[in-house]
Design a protein around this ligand. Structure first.
Ligand SMILES: [Zn+2]
Length: 401
């Protein structure tokens, strides 16, 4: 008798596993419950929210539903989804990463999620934008006399970059000998918060020719970002740049190189510069490439982001490609009309692991307008010193470190 009882019990269990109620096949699952995660976060405008936003889709029995089509869409204020799932995973979950827009406040940043087959209210995510308060400290150290206009241009450039790079970096100690960062740099033994930039105006090669140069000198062991860098400008050319109204743009451009744009791409792991030294070098950081597409570069037939392949050392491999990107600040040629600092450049800094805000980028559309048609008229070739500074990691510093 006992044996028979056990057989019946096993049969009952088996039957129950095949049907929700024991009286027929399970009903077709439908999205019945959608829960949100990551709603109501706060971040500086133009920055990536710290946590991905996400939905979890359950059926009428409370089981996760995989493969449900979802569509995340920014519904207010021009923020950007930098990645977004288009269907739920095995856990019933779909997520998106969100760089919020430029409007302050708690209600203007919104993303809606359409869940296929879900009859309930459309899930809405909101985020609150706060003003940019940069924790990235650029310390300028002039090593030569400057005119008030020059000093103002340096200060303005530092303020601009510290409104784009907003996150603090680990402090580190630099031990350096005189002349380690261009010929005239002083000895150093100090702990640097974020970055120190030496600036020099000196006679280089007379009017025309080389306008200047800039480079990181000491970089962090971890992450390879700049601790100390230098910028030098030819005193014979600065008056010309000022009279053309492009002094600030050129200084902003050179400071970008100190921070690593075009100078530290191949110090990153893996290298952000691919095919350097060839006819088709390109930058392959995900944020730079994504922003290139958003800025109108989607029809570019090559591999984005195109990097300069002409101009020789000092220009090639260290700038965006002039024939594709025209007026952008970080091409090797400065426009006489406008030199927008684009979201592509900001994205490239994010790819170097700087914490950035896109809120202070300039409007820009990928276009070859103002390519170097007639130098001295349409634009000026920012002829820069070929790389002459040894870039060193701080662990390669002096005795006693
Ligand atoms: Zn340059």
């Amino acid at each position: 008798m006992r044996w028979t009882y056990l057989m019946v019990a096993a049969l009952t269990i088996t039957t129950a596993a095949c049907s929700s109620d024991g009286y027929g096949p399970a009903p077709t699952p439908v999205p019945t419950s959608v829960t949100q995660s990551g709603n109501d976060q706060t971040a500086m405008i133009g920055t990536l929210l710290p946590t991905a936003i996400g939905v979890t889709v359950l059926d009428q029995r409370g089981s996760p539903m995989a493969g449900v089509a979802v569509d995340f869409a920014v519904s207010a204020d021009g923020g950007v989804l930098t990645s977004a799932a288009d269907s739920t995973n095995a856990q019933g979950r779909a997520t998106a990463t969100w760089v919020i827009g430029n409007t302050l406040g708690s209600t203007d940043n919104a993303v809606t999620v359409t869940v296929a087959g879900y009859a309930g209210a459309t899930p809405v995510f909101r985020a609150s934008g706060t003003p940019i308060v940069s924790a990235y400290n650029i310390e300028l150290r002039p090593l030569s006399p400057m005119t008030p206009a020059q000093a103002a241009a340096f200060a303005s450039a530092a303020a601009r970059w510290s409104g784009i790079i907003v996150g603090d970096l680990p402090s580190d100690r630099v031990v350096a000998a005189p002349g380690d960062c261009f010929d005239n740099s002083p000895a150093q033994d100090e702990v640097i918060d974020d970055v120190v930039i030496f600036a020099t105006v000196d006679s280089l090669d007379g009017p025309g020719g080389i306008l200047g140069g800039a480079s990181p000198c000491w970089i962090r062991d971890v992450g390879s970002l700049t601790l100390v860098g230098g910028m030098v400008f030819d005193s014979a050319d600065l008056g010309m740049l000022e009279s053309l109204g492009i002094l600030e743009a050129v200084i902003l451009h050179e400071m970008g190189h100190v921070l690593g744009i075009g100078t530290l791409w191949d110090y990153m792991t893996p290298s952000l510069l691919v095919n350097g030294g060839t006819a088709d070098p390109y930058f392959n950081g995900v944020n730079g490439v994504f922003r290139f597409g958003l800025a109108g570069g989607g029809s570019y037939p090559g591999t984005p982001v195109p990097v300069e392949n002409q101009g020789g050392p000092g220009t090639a491999d260290g700038h965006w490609r002039e024939t594709i990107m025209g007026r952008e600040l970080m091409t090797g040629y400065v426009s006489l009309t406008a030199n927008p600092l684009s979201t592509i450049t900001v994205g490239s800094l994010a790819d170097m692991r700087y914490t950035v805000s896109y809120a202070n980028a300039d409007p820009y559309v990928v276009s070859p307008v103002n390519l170097r048609m007639v130098p001295e008229i349409e634009g000026i070739w920012i002829r820069e010193l070929a790389p002459s500074v040894t870039v060193r990691r701080v662990s390669e510093g002096g005795i006693g470190r």
